[in-house]
Design a binder for this molecule. Structure first.
Ligand code: GRF
Length: 240
């Protein structure tokens, strides 16, 4: 058996040392139960707050067994606390390498058996282990492949879009791989750039799109409607 799964629809894989792990690829049948989401944050937690709002409004059938913050001063930790969600701080500076930092994060996520990991304003690069391939989503406040990559996050994206004179911007939800803002694209939503926009007004308009796009991508995942083929995602009309 290969050390890494090459068939994203297989149900389990066996490593060279013989341990069998469930292959965490997009589900092939609808979950039929609330999806268990791990949420990784570095800042204010506005995306986490949106998930909770969507759950409250019946738009997202989800459980939140764990929030992981990359800094102890993340505002999003208070949002987790208020919602009664377990939250852990895992700081890169406490580890010798990105690999060790990532191992800690994914071992916590394995313990609580998440179905999907959502990067929600998480600013650190993580190395995604093979058993989480296509099980980690990210949202970027721009239309990938433009205005993305290392150093282009948050308000910096909107500043760059305005400086370039773009007429549209938007957001992208994609499966994360081991490169910033790089993996297969799941959902994109465009918004207009308006005369007189500031980075703040544009960010607010893009965030409204983000608030729809991320729950939509999670629902597609939970409903087994995503197939990853190489660097592309196919969205099925209905599960196979
Ligand atoms: C979201 O707008 C998303 O686009 C980006 O981070 C933002 C959330 O950040 N990746 P925060 O948690 O509210 O600081």
């Amino acid at each position: 058996m290969p050390d890494t799964p090459d068939d994203s629809r297989a149900e389990e894989w066996v490593s060279e040392t013989g341990d069998v792990r469930p292959l965490l690829a997009p589900p092939v049948t609808p979950l039929g139960r609330p999806i268990r989401l791990g949420v990784l944050i570095s800042g204010g937690g506005s995306t986490l707050a949106n998930f909770l709002r969507c759950r409250g409004e019946g738009l997202l059938d989800a459980e939140f067994p764990l929030v992981i913050a990359s800094r102890p001063d993340c505002g999003g930790l208070q949002i987790a606390k208020n919602a009664g969600i377990r939250a852990e701080v895992v700081s890169l500076k406490d580890f010798n390498s990105t690999d060790e930092f990532s191992e800690r994060i994914f071992s916590l996520l394995r313990e609580v058996q998440v179905d999907l990991v959502t990067l929600a304003g998480f600013l650190c690069l993580v190395r995604i282990p093979s058993d989480f391939a296509n099980r980690v989503m990210n949202i970027h406040p721009g239309l990938i492949p433009s205005f993305c990559g290392k150093g282009l996050y948050g308000m910096k994206v909107h500043e760059a879009v305005l400086a370039r004179g773009c007429k549209v911007s938007g957001c992208t939800v994609h499966f994360a791989d081991n490169v910033y803002d790089h993996g297969p694209i799941i959902v994109q939503k465009a918004v207009p750039v308006l005369e007189g926009d500031t980075p703040q007004t544009l960010a607010a308009r893009v965030f409204e799109a983000e608030c729809q796009a991320y729950p939509e991508a999670i629902r597609l995942f939970a409903d087994a409607r995503l197939i990853v083929t190489g660097s592309c995602v196919r969205i099925l009309e209905q599960p196979l």
